[in-house]
Design a protein around this ligand. Structure first.
Ligand code: GSH
Length: 208
């Protein structure tokens, strides 16, 4: 089984953490690919050229959430996805993954040439992120000794990782103690530590 990825992709990061915490990383070959180029090996398995992409035999599975569901079936850990009829858990997950989608859009906009950036998009995403951070600080669960390895929680971990790495809201911890405390046990996991984004792995979004 191969997982096509880039080291700084928050969506691939969720899949990597689920695989590591599920103890099934030995059966997965990580294949690092470039994005937005016809040279990407991911294009041998489908037309989109997006990652994460999990390839298992003739199955080429895109979308991080589906990949986590597939990995769940190979692991003895509790599933990372909520039950199909557990609407409260699905709502919680969609809030976290929506926050991640917003900060991903925001970081992409900041990485475009200054002259191409949209002030409107930057403002919309900043306001969305601030609202989400405030809401999460009010509603997040108390920090756990053994933090839950769920898609939604890991989407929040990955989103906060983006906020930190791209310095989107530099002082977000200052007045959000509950969210800060919630993150701490995740930040202590080696799966989370070894998947933090790095400057060395920055991918250009446009040709240079
Ligand atoms: N909804 C997708 C999002 C995946 C995604 O946006 N991947 C980005 C990298 S973080 C990508 O492949 N981008 C390709 C491109 O920008 O051309 C998922 O959950 O896997």
């Amino acid at each position: 089984m191969q997982l096509y990825y880039t080291p700084n992709s928050p969506y691939a990061r969720i899949c990597r953490i689920v695989a590591i915490e599920g103890g099934i990383m030995d059966g997965i070959e990580l294949v690092q690919v470039p994005l937005r180029t016809p040279d990407s090996a991911a294009l041998r398995h489908g037309p989109l050229g997006k990652i994460p992409l999990l390839v298992d035999g003739d199955l080429a599975l895109g979308e991080s959430r589906l990949i986590c569901g597939y990995l769940d079936q190979r692991s003895s850990r509790p599933p990372s996805l909520p039950g199909a009829n557990d609407w409260q858990a699905q709502a919680h997950e969609s809030l976290m993954s929506g926050f991640l989608e917003g900060v991903t859009n925001w970081s992409r906009e900041t990485r475009r040439a200054k002259s191409e950036q949209s002030a409107f998009i930057l403002q919309v995403e900043q306001q969305r992120a601030i609202r989400a951070l405030d809401h999460l600080d009010r509603t997040v669960a108390a920090p756990a000794t053994e933090p839950a390895i769920t898609y939604g929680d890991l989407a929040l971990v990955a989103a906060l990782g983006m906020v930190d790495f791209y310095e989107l809201v530099p002082d977000w911890r200052a007045d959000r103690p509950a969210l800060t405390a919630w993150l701490e046990p995740y930040a202590a996991l080696s799966s989370v530590r070894e998947s933090v984004p790095t400057q060395a792995a920055m991918n250009p979004l446009t040709p240079r």
